[in-house]
Design a protein around this ligand. Structure first.
Ligand SMILES: C[S@@+](CC[C@H](N)C(=O)[O-])C[C@H]1O[C@@H](n2cnc3c(N)ncnc32)[C@H](O)[C@@H]1O
Length: 237
């Protein structure tokens, strides 16, 4: 398992070619964009909604989220790798989006604003040791009816060890190691949220997990990590 600083180094070095390399898995049938569309659909966001994206990287999901929330909505992208956020900012400027804020922060330390409608994370949350606590923070920040959506990789129960090891080797350039399988954020989503849904993708090597914040949230671990809306914590724009 890579340390936090190793992940930071890795993404600092890879930021420039992240978008191209992420697409490379199409050659083995990994339909990354179909999965991203699915995750954004699972947000069930309305025009005008504010969505927090954890581990937003270069902002590959922004266009999909923009299509749903529109100019009256807002996207807050959080990531701790400055070089990835540089790419994200380029994307935002190229599209002329004026409703995207980029926050340089460790996800585990991020103070969620209130007034958000959804929290999503794609291929990032499992890299965070405190991923379960983070989901608790997200639930605290969301109003009843708010959505949490995670798209990430996992180890399918049916897969033999050699296949799991091969899959980890293939995704190693992105910081994935086989022992990350111990992190199971979807279980926390199922425990803390209602309307839980887990959709297996790519033979169970990936999934979209989602849930809705209910009226009662007394089982949320480690208290709230919620700031006032318009937080400027490490804000990039
Ligand atoms: C595989 S990339 C995914 C980027 C983007 N979500 C996507 O789907 O293309 C993982 C991202 O998570 C970020 N990340 C990993 N651990 C993090 C942490 N503890 N806090 C903030 N960002 C983190 C990395 O910097 C990187 O940008």
């Amino acid at each position: 398992m890579l340390e936090r600083k190793d992940i930071l180094d890795l993404y600092s070095r890879r930021a420039g070619w992240y978008d191209i390399s992420a697409n490379a898995y199409y050659v083995i049938g990994f339909r990354e964009w179909a999965y991203r569309h699915r995750a954004v659909r699972a947000l069930r966001a309305q025009p005008g909604a504010t969505i927090v994206e954890l581990g937003c990287g270069t902002g590959l999901n922004f266009e999909l989220i923009e299509r749903v929330v529109g100019p009256a909505g807002r996207i807050i992208g959080v990531d701790f790798t400055d070089a990835m956020l540089v790419q994200a900012r380029r994307r935002v400027e190229a599209h002329g989006w004026r409703n995207v804020s980029l926050v340089e922060s460790d996800i585990a330390r991020y103070e969620f604003p209130t007034g958000i409608a959804g929290v999503m994370s794609t291929f990032a949350l499992t890299l965070v040791p405190e991923c379960d606590t983070v989901i608790g923070h997200a639930v605290n920040a969301l109003a009843a009816g708010g959505r949490v959506v995670v798209l990430d990789l996992k180890e399918p129960a049916w897969a033999p060890r050699w296949l799991v090891t091969s899959a980890a080797w293939l995704t190693r350039p992105f910081g994935v190691t086989a022992d990350l399988a111990r992190r199971r954020p979807w279980e926390t989503i199922s425990r803390l949220l209602t309307d839980f849904r887990l959709d297996d993708l790519y033979f169970g090597f990936a999934y979209v997990a989602s849930g809705t914040v209910g009226e009662r949230r007394d089982s949320v671990p480690n208290g709230p990590r919620v700031a006032a809306i318009h937080t400027t914590q490490g804000a990039h724009s």
